[in-house]
Ligand binder design. Structure first.
Ligand code: ADP
Ligand code: MG
Length: 271
């Protein structure tokens, strides 16, 4: 059965969509996995980064969230993955979700139906803490939290962790935060180095909590305009700049995900 991961942070512009695309690519091509990417953001950056105009889709993830019997709409023209696209109509869906019974479990029902067909499913969350994000947290096995290495991002992150904890206790007690991915890091800025220290100490303290007991702090992903250039070219960084130094960090995160995807039957998944 495939493992499900959400790239989650309620702040925008921290690299969620970029990481979803790039990590999916490394899992698919370096590890030969069958990968599904799901865009759960009405802004549809992931769909755009993958090279597909969001408004061309009549059927999107929104249809499956609102009606469990509606099969997940898939874009399958990308060689290395399938994509469940989104568009702006997903924001209307978010409003309609409020009147659903067990509304926080709509994404989980979608995932339960498709995850056997994939090794890894990566969910790109929206930059807010509404019903769509709650569905992401409630539906997946693991969270990966990208955090921009700046002080203002860190304050927001602490609120985020508290909220995540409260939601998961109620609806997804088996959820684990697999890793924290510090992004847009410039080692020449002291502020960025300090942010790394703060991230380390915050997560060290959180280890007593099961949600964070095995959370890895990944090596920071450097700030580089090539990420944006690659997305504009609708390519993962590894295709756009095959020798880019940041590929080392991306591959290390994918390797860490693999350790959870290829868990032998009967072994503890979070050990
Ligand atoms: N490591 C990085 N260095 C510089 N720019 C980045 C990096 N990662 C992402 N970006 C750029 O930052 C912007 C926001 O990234 P995005 O992945 O859309 O964030 P989010 O999904 O969290 O809103 C995009 O223009 C993207 O190309
Ligand atoms: Mg995004």
């Amino acid at each position: 059965m495939g493992k499900t991961f959400a790239l989650f942070n309620m702040s925008g512009g921290v690299g969620k969509s970029t990481l979803t695309q790039n990590l999916g690519y490394h899992l698919a091509t370096d590890h030969d996995l069958k990968v599904l990417l799901i865009d759960v953001d009405p802004q549809a950056s992931l769909t755009t980064f993958m090279g597909y105009p969001p408004l061309e889709y009549e059927q999107t993830i929104a249809d499956s969230l609102l009606d469990a019997s509606s099969p997940l709409a898939l874009e399958s023209r990308t060689e290395w993955c399938n994509l469940a696209p989104a568009n702006i109509f997903l924001s209307q869906c978010e409003i309609e979700l409020h009147s659903k019974i067990q509304r926080e479990l709509c994404l989980r029902r979608v995932l339960d139906k498709v995850k056997d067909e994939y090794d890894a499913v990566l969910v790109d969350c929206p930059p807010s803490l509404g019903q769509l994000s709650i569905n992401c947290i409630s539906g997946v096995d693991f969270l990966i939290i990208p955090i921009q290495t700046e002080c203002k991002s860190l304050e927001a992150t602490l609120t985020l962790l508290q909220t995540t904890h409260e939601i998961t206790q109620q609806v997804n007690p088996d959820l684990r935060v697999l890793g924290v991915a510090p992004t847009m890091y410039n080692k020449q800025y002291r502020q960025h180095q300090e942010a790394m220290d703060t991230i380390q100490s915050v997560f060290q303290e959180l280890r007593a909590n099961e949600l964070f007991a095995h959370t890895s702090i990944y090596d920071p992903i450097p700030r580089s305009t090539h990420f944006g250039d690659a997305s504009k070219a609708h390519q993962p960084l590894a295709v756009f700049k095959p020798k880019h130094p940041a590929l080392e960090q991306l591959r290390a995160i994918a390797d860490n995900m693999i350790s959870q995807i290829k868990v032998p039957v009967g072994a503890a998944a979070n050990g």
